[in-house]
Ligand binder design. Structure first.
Ligand SMILES: Cc1cc2nc3c(=O)[nH]c(=O)nc-3n(C[C@H](O)[C@H](O)[C@H](O)COP(=O)(O)OP(=O)(O)OC[C@H]3O[C@@H](n4cnc5c(N)ncnc54)[C@H](O)[C@@H]3O)c2cc1C
Length: 479
């Protein structure tokens, strides 16, 4: 098969029987018939159709094979450039707001399979397993979400159940059988949980002990798996809520109630060094960031576009501080682009023949964006001010009071309808529940900003030592 069309993808999603709960009820399958799943699945279907579109095919299909670009293993710097363009092309279709566009987790699977030998060193079967997972995903054009984080009740991995037993909180290996491992507990957090073909589970960085160490992929409708989705932010009107009406992904707690994971799905098992080296040695961390940052670049372009449209519509560009605020956004965009080019220019082939963009540049960029994104959102709020509050709805424009709106709240150069279409887009990006979740997402999806910054510091140890040496060299120079 290789590459699916939007219709084929949606047909497959309609067959998915995931156990998804939302607002106290099990969501009736097919998910393709139920909001908010229907809308976001449709948006993803459009991405798959783009892959077949002649004008995009050379970018969105594999270099030499009819596969999705995200399943191509990058071997050269040109491959990286192609990947960057493809991610940005897809991201542009969803304004950069879709965190789990399929290329995000697909890329992780691809890089892990490219580094098959890394897993084989621990156990040849692990290498075979990750390879088979990748080949099936590539062949069937599968989608994934992932869960990395343990629940954090009191930061303890288990609690007494009242009968003297310890009940796992974080998902724990409780039994080994001939068929596979049985795990019990919960993991956080799966964006689009239950609405992807499969779920990728990778051990949490917060290591507890080897009972919690396993890596696998399983179908989202595996028996015993429950996704507890948060209440949806989805709204109906594409005028009032242009983003939440189309791109509400959902986020779910994942419960593993005695779930059997077949051995052929496991690529990491009770192996601490494999887990410790997984992200850096394979190149997976670089690629995870490379995808995310290219998406964020596109999102920043949209933010700047929205800001400029607001400034023009509200006729406020003559003020110097407004120009300064747009200038701040331009700096953010240029910085992000620069970080990515730097990562490409300094890319190197790793032990497994994968061309890996420079992690330091990407990690610095990720940290920069965690700090900068809230400011970009604040700038848009400052530009729109009370226009975000005195914002009539689609129903107002369709009612008999519409002439008041065109008379009293139109823009200098645009109709009230056009003005508030833009205001609603800016509001949904920055102020609604959807927009606020976006803010939290950009701050946290890659991990706690405090610890990301601290790990960047650790990553830079060698370079910092060299720089420190320069100081003593300076003092030792002949005067
Ligand atoms: C919208 C959204 C979507 C997400 N989607 C996914 C997903 O699809 N898959 C996935 O695996 N994860 C996902 N995540 C989870 C993400 O990985 C975590 O949010 C992130 O790792 C931080 O963990 P936490 O939220 O448990 O925060 P916590 O670790 O509980 O931290 C809470 C606060 O306490 C502070 N803190 C806690 N411990 C320490 C410490 N040791 N040192 C210093 N400060 C500390 C933090 O700085 C922070 O301010 C998502 C998160 C969000 C917000």
């Amino acid at each position: 098969m290789g590459i699916v069309t939007g219709a084929e993808y949606l047909k497959r999603m309609a067959r998915l029987k995931s156990n998804v709960w939302m607002e106290g009820k099990r969501v009736e399958c097919p998910l393709t018939d139920v909001e908010p799943f229907r809308s976001v699945l449709k948006a993803k279907g459009k991405l798959y159709d783009m892959v077949h579109d002649e004008q995009y095919a050379s970018t969105l299909q594999g270099k030499d094979q009819k596969i999705n670009f995200s399943y191509d293993i990058p071997r050269t710097k040109d491959d990286l450039v192609k990947r960057r363009k493809a991610t940005q092309l897809w991201a542009n279709e969803t304004l950069g707001v879709l965190g789990r566009s399929p290329d995000y987790v697909n890329t992780m699977i691809t890089v892990m399979a490219g580094a098959k030998k890394f897993f084989s060193e621990a156990d040849p079967q692990f290498g075979e397993n990750i390879d088979a997972i990748y080949k099936r995903a590539k062949e069937e054009d599968l989608t994934f979400t992932h869960t990395f984080v343990n629940p954090s009740i009191s930061r303890k991995p288990f609690f007494p159940d009242g009968q003297g037993n310890e009940q796992p909180i974080a998902t724990k290996i409780i039994e080994e059988t001939e068929e596979g491992i049985i795990v019990d507990g919960a993991r956080l957090l799966a964006t689009q949980g239950g609405m992807t073909d499969e779920l990728l589970v990778i051990p949490s960085a917060a290591f507890i002990d080897s009972d919690y160490l396993f890596g696998c992929t399983i179908p989202s409708d595996t028996e015993g798996l429950t996704f507890i989705n948060r209440p949806p932010y989805k709204k109906e009107s594409t005028f009032d809520s242009p983003l939440s009406s189309q791109f509400e992904e959902g986020d779910a707690i994942v419960v593993f109630d005695h779930v059997l994971i077949p051995w052929n799905r496991v690529f990491l098992y009770r192996n601490e060094w494999l887990m410790n080296d997984l992200f850096m040695k394979t190149g997976m961390e670089s690629f995870l960031l490379y995808q995310a940052i290219n998406r964020q670049i596109v999102k920043t372009e949209w933010l700047l576009g929205i800001a400029q449209a607001l400034v023009t519509t509200l006729d406020i560009e003559r003020h110097q501080h407004i120009q300064g605020k747009l200038g701040e956004m331009i700096i953010a965009l240029e910085a992000m682009v620069g970080f990515v080019y730097s990562s490409e220019a300094q890319a190197e082939v790793n032990d497994y023949g994968i061309m890996v963009p420079k992690l330091e540049s990407l990690k610095a960029c990720a940290s920069y964006y965690q700090m900068t994104y809230p400011r970009l959102i604040e700038i848009i709020q400052l530009l729109g001010a009370s226009h975000f509050i005195a914002a009539p709805s689609e129903k107002d424009f369709a009612s008999s009071i519409a002439p008041y709106l065109e008379r009293f709240v139109k823009g200098e150069y645009v109709s009230a309808y056009d003005k508030f279409q833009l205001i609603q887009l800016a509001r949904d990006m920055t102020m609604t529940e959807f927009g606020t979740r976006q803010l939290l997402y950009e701050r946290y999806f890659y991990g706690d900003p405090v610890r990301v910054l601290s790990s960047l510091n650790g990553l830079y140890s060698k370079k910092k030592e060299e720089l420190q040496m320069r100081i003593s060299d300076f003092f030792e120079r002949e005067k």
